[in-house]
Design a protein around this ligand. Structure first.
Ligand code: NI
Ligand code: MN
Length: 227
């Protein structure tokens, strides 16, 4: 399968005719090299309801008739906007045509903020995502602080590739993310959720130095990886 990174937490996975997008925040993402209008997506998976993760989900999903997978409340809220959804909760897995999706815990918050009306829509628990596709397991941590049950996540599934936030302030910073990588026993780790905005400024190469040799991979927006 082919994995493409689009900056922030945006990951695209192409597997046997199915295109999956995780957290498609493209409009307003200064690192993104593709426009939301050009995205093809059969499936969209969301980690939580913050704007920098829901991003362009509704417009992309409506144009492509994508299936949107998200936690229960986030998925209800999106279904009311005319999107086809598949609701899940933490700890549960679903077997779909392309593979297995399981939602894991994440320590963060989750609400959609509408500054125009000064309202916040509750969108359930924030999550991480485990995807098993073509006998490979990908872990996308979503936005989270470090938690010791990452050891359990690494025990339950052999993780081939992990996307871990390193931006600090709203998620793990580089040192916590490096310990998380160790606990997850991830074979390869790609740092995400950094350098999109000034408050998330990090040097991804410094982060890679904190990992075991050969584990860290720096991907720039538009970069592609074969897995
Ligand atoms: Ni967030
Ligand atoms: Mn975020």
């Amino acid at each position: 399968m082919k994995i493409t990174y689009h900056g922030h937490s945006v990951v695209q996975i192409d597997t046997k005719g199915t295109t999956i997008w995780i957290d498609p925040f493209l409009t307003g993402n200064p690192l993104a090299t593709v426009a939301a209008d050009d995205v093809k997506a059969n499936v969209i998976i969301l980690t939580h309801g913050h704007g920098d993760h829901v991003g362009d989900t509704v417009s992309i999903a409506k144009r492509n008739d994508s299936l949107v997978i998200a936690s229960a409340e986030l998925s209800d809220w999106l279904s009311w906007q005319g999107v086809r959804t598949h609701a899940m909760s933490i700890g549960g897995a679903s077997w779909l045509d392309f593979g297995r999706v399981k939602l894991t815990q994440a320590f963060h918050s989750s609400g959609y903020v509408d500054p125009d009306t000064q309202t916040i829509v509750y969108t359930g628990m924030p999550t991480g995502i485990l995807l098993t596709i073509e006998d490979r397991t990908i872990y996308h941590a979503g936005d989270t602080g470090i938690f010791s049950d990452m050891k359990l996540i690494g025990e339950l599934d052999r993780i081939d590739l992990a996307f871990l936030p390193i931006g600090d302030r709203h998620t793990m910073g580089p040192h916590d993310a490096a310990l998380a990588a160790e606990w997850l026993q991830a074979k390869q780790v790609v740092p995400v959720h950094y350098n999109t905005f000034p408050m998330f400024k990090q040097d991804p190469y410094d982060f890679v130095e904190l990992l075991q040799p050969g584990v860290g991979i720096v991907m720039h927006a538009g970069d592609l990886l074969d897995l």
